[in-house]
Design a binder for this molecule. Structure first.
Ligand code: ADQ
Length: 752
């Protein structure tokens, strides 16, 4: 018994809504059944009364018209009385007739008159009858032949005539009308419930869309209490962020994994980026794995290692095809194999139009204020659209659930979010724009500005490094699209799709696993000094970049030139090593930059060179991460002089590398990093006197001040590391995913 009760309780808890619906339906049917039964009864009684009355009228008419004949033959008691009775019974409904005396003697009766009826009993009934004027009487009785209606009329002298009507046809009619009434009621009930369902469904849909609008926009008064409750619920979900914003615990791969387990139930993420994190290249020594010089890769590779998933990228290495399976898949990192890399292959035409053309000659200069004109070519746009579609298709082929979480990376894939959304309406798409977003006015020069904005608004979240870039993006949407801007919650709503616009300053991993195996600072310094042939007591500055015009390498070298001019004490003592990874070398603008830098280095060195000392060393090649960190550890200062940079991770890498708390960061005010690393010496790279003064100050900065500044910046980078960056974005994505599921369930509940 207890078990049965427990079972019932559990079943009710789990299937409560369904049980309620079934019980409600059964009760409604029962009520309708009872109603139609009652109605049938009332109908049958009424029609019976009508028929009886009709029968009585006809009987009365028959007797009245035959009365004279009856009276005439009453006393003759011959066959004529019977013949008169038979005349009366010609009416098909009259079964039979009998003539009786008031003493109960039967004078005559037609053949069909029911035998069991005796004239004595009938005479008795007539005597006690209170019928019309006391001379007539009627009754209905069931005999073995069926229902009989008797109608007796007094006939003088001293007798009465009884007419028996067959009413069994009434019972048949009652049955038929009963069945028809029942059918009519059932049909009526079905039609009524169908109409009610349609009406309630329409009302629900209306309510639901009102509710959605209320959730994303201004709330109509009647929805206010409900929206308050829902917002409270969403607020509760937001509190699930526990530890995302406020916790004192440092973000680590473990913590990010934990967040993914709790918030995303361990779901794998699908990331799409142009650059792959591992490039397989043929070299004279065999196939080698290279780590590209890319801020995006630096930031995201540790994230994917922590949360697993799939990284979809363009396979650009000469040995990429032979190291992946036929679908372009390979488990990485080599030896650790914690996530999948899926390589897509681009034709030469696609690479030219999509990568070099629209991405790097169009969008890159459009977004960076570095005085390079964007080139927009129609044929590049065609390739850009096609390659975006190719990557969007690959994303859709990798997902395991309709509400998957997809991370779209950077300006190469502005159209992907909308393309993915078209096929996966319930996906949570997180797009991160790694470079600055220009002012609306500048963005407006792009011929496909509407298409680009429209494509990006397929995202659930649009992320930028700084609030300024977010504002520029929202202003561009405002200027060129028909969309509603919700400035209070920093969101854009277009065709019912809401895109949150958020600043998420990117960072590096902490601790930096690429520092494993890199010698301590004093040894790095010795090694690098040896490699560069620097005398003991020399001072070393470093610059580390992709060879790109936005990085301000020319301004940097010119600042070194000015330093030597203004501060003779550093001549012969200070060397600046510029590590420059060749980048986008097929583009003329980059080749020209390369030539100009070579010439500039040459002219500065020519100007200051003396007895084996050259102020500038240009190392123009790709360096693997351990080498980069060796230089960062060896230097007295690192100068990051970008003319415009989304974030700039080299600045953060320098801070991370200096666990000896020595060295000075000189940082351009035009980097996203300058908003966070305020203890650096912040400069305007165009202002050469100011920049060279900062270099001079860095070179004489007391050790204690170096330590204090580095300590503060190291604490900040450790705290705001890339796991926190990814954690905050993914938790926000998980909130949206939960909210989507909640609204989905609300809709289902209303529809079901
Ligand atoms: P990038 O323009 O690539 O990134 P950045 O953030 O500085 O710029 O990252 C460069 C990365 O490449 C660093 O990890 C650095 O160590 C490495 N690197 C640089 N020069 C190298 C060299 N010569 N050899 C080897 N490695 C080298 C874009 C945006 C940035 C944004 C990042 C991340 O332009 O503004 O910070 O994405 O979002």
């Amino acid at each position: 018994m207890t078990e049965a009760l427990t079972f019932l309780r559990r079943a009710t808890a789990r299937h409560g809504p369904w049980i309620h619906k079934i019980l409600g339906g059964a009760l409604m049917l029962l009520a309708l059944g009872l109603l139609s039964l009652g109605a049938h009864r009332v109908l049958a009684a009424t029609t019976r009364r009508w028929f009886e009355r009709d029968v009585e009228l006809r009987a009365n008419l028959a007797v009245t018209s035959a009365r004279r004949g009856l009276q005439r033959h009453w006393t003759s008691q011959d066959a004529t009385l019977l013949a008169t009775l038979e005349d009366i019974t010609r009416d098909e409904r009259i079964l039979g007739a009998a003539a009786c005396t008031v003493d109960g003697e039967r004078l005559a009766a037609t053949e069909q008159f029911p035998q069991p009826l005796s004239c004595g009993a009938l005479a008795e009934r007539l005597r006690t009858s209170t019928g019309e004027g006391g001379d007539r009487w009627s009754a209905t009785m069931d005999l073995h032949r069926g229902t009989i209606h008797l109608y007796a009329v007094a006939i003088s002298p001293g007798g009465f005539v009884v007419l028996a009507h067959d009413l069994s046809f009434l019972a048949r009619r009652e049955q038929t009308t009963g069945r028809m009434a029942l059918a009519a009621f059932v049909l009526l009930a079905l039609a009524a419930s169908l109409l009610t369902t349609i009406a309630s469904r329409l009302a629900w849909l209306g309510w639901n869309s009102q509710l959605r609008l209320a959730l994303v926009g201004p709330t109509p008064r009647e929805f206010e209490p409900l929206v308050r409750d829902l917002r409270a619920l969403v607020g509760d979900l937001a509190r699930d962020r526990v530890g995302v914003e406020d916790s004192a615990t440092v973000w680590s791969p473990e913590r990010l994994r934990e967040v993914l387990r709790t918030h995303l139930e361990g779901e794998r993420v699908i990331l799409v980026a142009n650059r792959e994190p591992y490039i397989h290249e043929h070299t004279p020594e065999g196939v080698r794995v290279l780590h590209p010089a890319s801020g995006l890769v630096t930031a995201l590779e540790p994230v994917l290692r922590a949360c697993s998933g799939v990284w979809i990228a363009n396979g650009s290495g000469s040995a990429d095809r032979e190291t992946s399976d036929p679908q372009g898949r390979i488990r990485v990192p080599p030896g650790e194999e914690s996530f999948s890399l899926r390589r897509l292959w681009l034709s030469a035409e696609e690479e030219t139009g999509f990568y070099y053309g629209l991405s790097n000659e169009g969008l890159w200069p459009l977004c960076h204020a570095a005085d390079t004109r964007p080139q927009f070519r129609q044929e590049d746009w065609v390739q850009y659209v096609a390659v975006n579609q190719k990557f969007a298709d690959a994303v859709c082929s990798e997902i395991e659930r309709e509400d998957a979480i997809v991370l779209v990376q950077d300006y190469h894939f502005a159209l992907c979010p909308k393309m993915i959304r078209a096929r996966l309406p319930r996906a949570t798409i997180l797009t991160f724009w790694h470079i600055p977003w220009p002012s609306a006015e500048r963005f407006g020069i792009a011929p496909w500005r509407e298409e680009i904005l429209d494509g990006l608004l397929g995202s659930s979240i649009m992320g930028f490094h700084t609030r300024q870039h977010c504002n520029n993006f929202v202003d561009s949407v405002d200027a060129f699209l028909e969309a509603r801007i919700d400035r209070e919650s920093s969101a854009v709503v277009q065709r019912g799709q809401r895109t949150l616009v958020r600043p998420y300053p990117i960072s590096i991993e902490w601790p930096v696993h690429r520092l494993d195996g890199v010698p301590a600072a004093p040894l790095c310094r010795r090694q690098v000094f040896e490699e560069l042939g620097l005398a003991q007591g020399s001072l070393l500055g470093v610059g580390i970049d992709r060879l790109d015009y936005t990085k301000g390498i020319e301004e940097r070298l010119s600042a070194v030139d000015q330093l030597l001019e203004r501060h003779p004490e550093f001549r012969g003592r200070f060397t600046f090593a510029q590590l420059a990874a060749p980048s986008r070398t097929r583009i003329e603008r980059y080749r020209a930059l390369n030539d100009r830098i070579e010439d500039l280095v040459q002219s500065i060195n020519d100007r200051w060179e003396r007895s084996g000392w050259r102020p500038i060393v240009l190392l123009r090649r790709h360096h693997e991460p351990p080498e980069v960190f060796r230089y960062l550890r060896a230097a007295d200062l690192c100068y990051v002089s970008s003319l415009h940079d989304g974030m700039n991770l080299v600045a953060k890498e320098f801070v991370a590398a200096r666990d000896d708390e020595r060295g000075v960061l000189v940082l351009s005010q035009f980097t996203g990093a300058s908003r966070e690393l305020t203890e650096a010496l912040i400069v305007n790279p165009y202002d050469l006197p100011q920049a060279s003064a900062a270099l001079a100050r860095a070179l004489v900065m007391p050790v204690v001040e170096q330590r204090d500044r580095l300590r503060s910046m190291r604490a900040l980078v450790a705290d705001r590391n890339v796991y926190r960056w990814a954690g905050r974005m993914l938790v926000e994505a998980a909130q949206l995913q939960k909210r989507g599921r909640l609204l989905g369930r609300l809709s289902e509940a209303g529809g079901g």
